[in-house]
Design a protein. Structure first.
Length: 330
């Protein structure tokens, strides 16, 4: 397969379409995480479909003092990675092609969800992101568009925009790809020195600590729900000592109400330790949120949740998250 480079919307529109078009949107500097998205897109498009990878560094989603000029631009290498992963075309428009009249006066508003977590730290970021995603969805006209779950808040906002504004295509989230040491793949990882990278591992380690605490709580709740349903089982438990069920029920009564708090606390311990390393980790936020609106989940929450973290190591800002489900064992 030879991947075609396209620079204009007219070139993209001129391509014949016979099957499903799957689009992967990127800002370039492709890595294995992007390659996983492209391979998944290839599967969804099928043999008769088409995979288009967009490469566009969007100036609207970089705030004052952020790394727009520093952001890596590696188009030749990106095309090779896209080709190896199964892309039919790379659409790499210029800023003038995407914004022919200059910065758009009419933009997409991310609403209240866009003001939380990343939106609070980076005002206007999500408005700029949604505006360019909306434009790219119109320009590429996909049947399905794929985004990484590593940017969980971004994915949630794109899904909300597509649903609220009737865009009419499927949005698919693809699980985060990690390096062997657990660090989530990111184009910004290349900025880290060896020492900074060691400190940065605390992001994923904190998430795993929270996830482990959550799994232990869910297992405890599941075990408590196995408390004797029959007289025979009750007698069997009594035979090995004074009701194991009573101890389990007591433990659950103490643990369950503090479920989300315990998960946050387990993750926070790791991040607090990393703040004392050299170089230190500087935390932006640690949050355990409802993925539908990115508000903090309350005690007693059941259903899906996202444990999310953002921090700086040196001059590099990194984000990571992990999905959890509360009450899965019920």
């Amino acid at each position: 397969m030879t991947t075609v480079l396209l620079n204009t919307a007219a070139e993209l529109r001129a391509r014949p379409r016979t099957g499903r078009r799957a689009v992967v949107m990127t800002m370039g500097a492709l890595h294995e995480g992007h390659a996983t998205l492209i391979r998944t897109a290839r599967e969804l498009a099928g043999a008769d479909g088409e995979v288009v990878v967009t490469v566009f560094v969007n100036p609207l989603q970089f705030g004052a003092g952020e790394d727009l000029d520093r952001y890596p631009r590696t188009l030749d290498a990106d095309i090779k990675i896209a080709e190896q992963a199964g892309a039919d075309a790379v659409f790499a428009p210029s800023v003038d092609e995407v914004y022919p009249g200059g910065e758009p006066q009419v933009r997409i508003s991310a609403g209240p969800m866009g003001e939380r977590l990343e939106g609070s730290t980076r005002p206007g970021h999500f408005d700029g992101m949604l505006t360019v995603v909306a434009k790219m969805l119109h320009l590429t006209a996909p049947d399905v568009a794929l985004f990484g779950q590593k940017d969980a808040q971004q994915l949630a906002l794109i899904r909300r925009m597509v649903r609220d504004l009737n865009f009419g295509m499927e949005i698919v989230g693809v699980p985060t790809v990690r390096e062997a040491d657990g660090l989530a793949l990111s184009s910004r990882n290349r900025y880290l020195s060896a020492g900074e990278r060691r400190t940065a591992l605390a992001l994923s380690q904190a998430l795993f600590a929270g996830s482990d605490r959550h799994a232990a709580q869910e297992a405890l709740c599941a075990r408590a729900r196995e408390v004797p349903a029959t007289h025979a089982r009750a007698e069997a438990l009594s035979a090995i000592g004074e009701s194991r069920a009573a101890a389990d029920t007591h433990a659950v009564a103490k643990a369950a109400p503090g479920g989300p708090a315990a998960v946050r606390a387990a993750a926070r311990l790791v991040l607090d330790d990393a703040a004392r390393l050299s170089p230190p980790l500087t935390l932006d936020y640690l949050a355990l949120v409802d993925p539908s609106d990115f508000t903090e989940i309350p005690d007693g929450h059941t259903g899906e949740a996202v444990l999310a973290v953002a921090a700086r190591v040196g001059t590099t800002r990194l984000i990571d998250n992990i999905p959890l489900t509360f009450g899965a064992a019920s």
